[in-house]
Design a binder for this molecule. Structure first.
Ligand code: NAP
Length: 497
């Protein structure tokens, strides 16, 4: 597939001039909110041709483990834009999440969550003028889903962060700031602890920020960002962050402005973009015509901007905020069951308000098309001038104590070109013995370097060591210790100078 930037437009226009959108009604309350949203878009005159396709529960029931049938994939490849109702994640039958299948299949690398105070929706933050966007990396990090039970009692997940992934998400966050007339971007990371993974996002951000001198760039530690979001949310404009941090932060953001009934989102990629409300299928309300459709209607506003239908987007947004501000027609999550309007009543009220000016105080932004950047398709985006192996970590499962294990490994390496540098347990050095009062587990990280301390380790030397250690101890994993351009590409354990 070519890149959206290269093609010019991130959507496809059909033979009749309308913009093609694949619509997936989804599970639970999905069909109701999708119907309500389509009703509003059609009444607003959105030039969209819908291709309705299936995904989720019905597809799992029919025996397809991915939850996404080929005809849905084919439609998305053609239209490149999806409006999606929530999809149930089956529990315990070996099926994958259809949501994750879609996100990964089409590399929708950015999750965009606007957090904007809505008139008529009372929260402890009302009146503060909260108006920010959280940009969450959407495919990497621990959500790559690579996990192991290393020993019966020790679990491990790989946190994968790449330069490619960071470049894409960082550029998108600056481009989003420009497209929405915003002035600053905060990059929120845990780089103080995770220097390579979270640090990669920070370093990439600081580098790419120089290409956007018109936007103020700030780094903030993620825990402080969560704290500041509650303390003074109005200070933020755009926040870019890694997948897991973004998952948590964006739900925190939704809560600032009214919760799940009001939280829109977009999953953007260079080839395909998927628009969906943040909430799930809310099964207990399915078929009852009571759910709040605002989140999906506001999601459709994001979709319209993606389709470069800026005027219609503003018209729909103004109609939604006018309806909320009037407060005459409100769903049960806002006013309670006794006096609540139905999903369809709310949608009709929005339709009646199409063309109305926004309520006083509602800031209408001057939106422009979002620019997507292409990243070279080559797997190696970064190439070091020099690269060498200086040692190896061998991870062992052992019920020995650290002293006995250490002494045994020292003995084993006699006569080889590598020596035991140290042993760590859950990241803290335990051999040579120290004063650390550690509750150790049966999972040991045993680090070996070349005996002269500086030399390059050969492949035969690594294999010899591996065979010797493996003959006496149960190995679980190996990690090559490398230097790129003379800099170590591994961290040191706690307790090592
Ligand atoms: P949920 O469907 O989001 O519902 C949780 C609760 O949030 C509801 O019971 C309701 O609260 C409130 N809520 C959700 N949407 C609302 C709306 N539009 N208006 C008003 N209130 C709303 O979360 P869940 O029950 O954890 O998940 C149900 C299924 O959805 C699961 O299978 C899950 O995997 C899936 N899911 C899918 C997606 C997706 O497709 N992107 C996202 C999340 C979850 P009250 O009970 O207080 O009224």
């Amino acid at each position: 597939m070519t890149d959206a930037g290269a093609r010019g437009k991130p959507y496809t226009v059909g033979p009749n001039g309308k913009k093609l959108v694949t619509v997936i009604p989804g599970d639970g309350v999905g069909p109701e909110i999708v119907r309500a949203t389509r009703r509003v878009l059609e009444a607003a005159g959105a030039p969209i041709e819908w291709e309705e396709r299936l995904a989720g529960a019905a597809v799992f029931k029919a025996g397809l483990a991915s939850g996404v049938p080929p005809e849905t994939i084919e439609s998305i490849r053609k239209t490149r834009v999806v409006l999606k109702g929530p999809l149930e994640t089956p529990v315990g039958f070996g099926e994958k999440s259809a949501n994750v299948t879609l996100r990964k299949l089409f590399e929708t690398f950015a999750n965009i969550r606007p957090v904007k105070e809505l008139p008529g929706v009372r929260t402890p933050f009302s009146g503060r003028g909260v108006d920010l966007v959280i940009v969450r990396e959407n495919v990497e990090d621990v959500y790559a889903g690579i996990e192991y039970l290393e020993t019966p009692g020790v679990a491990e997940a790989l946190k994968i962060v790449t330069r490619k992934g960071c470049e894409k998400i960082v550029r998108l966050s600056f481009e989003l700031a420009r497209a929405e007339g915003r002035k600053k971007v905060h990059c929120a990371t845990k780089s103080n602890i995770l220097k390579f993974t979270e640090g990669l996002l920070k370093r990439t951000f600081e580098e790419i920020a120089k290409e956007y001198p018109d936007i103020e760039a700030n780094h903030i530690i993620i825990d402080n960002c969560a704290h500041q979001l509650v303390k003074a949310p109005e200070q933020f404009d755009v926040i870019v962050t890694t997948n897991m941090n973004g998952d948590i932060l964006s739900d925190e953001g939704s809560a600032l402005v009214g919760g799940l009934g009001f939280a829109p989102s977009a999953n953007l990629g260079n080839h395909v973009s998927i628009f969906e409300a943040v909430h799930g299928s809310a099964p207990k309300y399915a078929g009852k015509n009571v759910i709040n459709p605002t989140a999906l209607i506001l999601t459709a506003v994001l979709l319209l901007r993606h389709l470069e239908e800026f005027e219609i987007a503003t018209k729909v947004e103004n109609a939604v905020v006018s309806t909320l501000a009037e407060g005459k027609v409100s769903t049960r999550d806002v006013v309670g069951d006794a006096i609540a309007a139905s999903t369809t009543d709310f949608a009709e009220a929005v339709v009646q308000n199409l063309g109305k000016a926004p309520p006083k105080g509602w800031h209408v932004r001057d939106y422009r098309a979002l620019k997507f950047h292409s990243v070279p398709a080559t797997p190696a985006l970064v190439v070091a001038k020099s690269q060498r192996t200086v040692g190896v970590d061998i991870f062992l499962e052992s019920s020995l104590d650290s002293k006995r294990l250490g002494e045994a490994l020292v003995e084993l390496t006699k006569g080889t070109s590598l020596s035991l540098h140290g042993i760590s347990n859950r990241g803290t050095r335990v051999f040579p013995p120290s004063d650390a009062m550690l509750d150790v587990v049966d999972h040991w990280q045993c680090r070996f370097f070349a005996k002269d301390g500086k030399g390059e380790v050969s492949e035969p030397a690594l294999l010899e060591l591996f065979q010797k250690v493996g003959a006496h101890h149960r190995w679980i994993g190996l990690e090559r210790l490398q230097e790129f351009d003379g800099q170590p590409a591994f961290t040191r354990p706690q307790g090592e100078d």
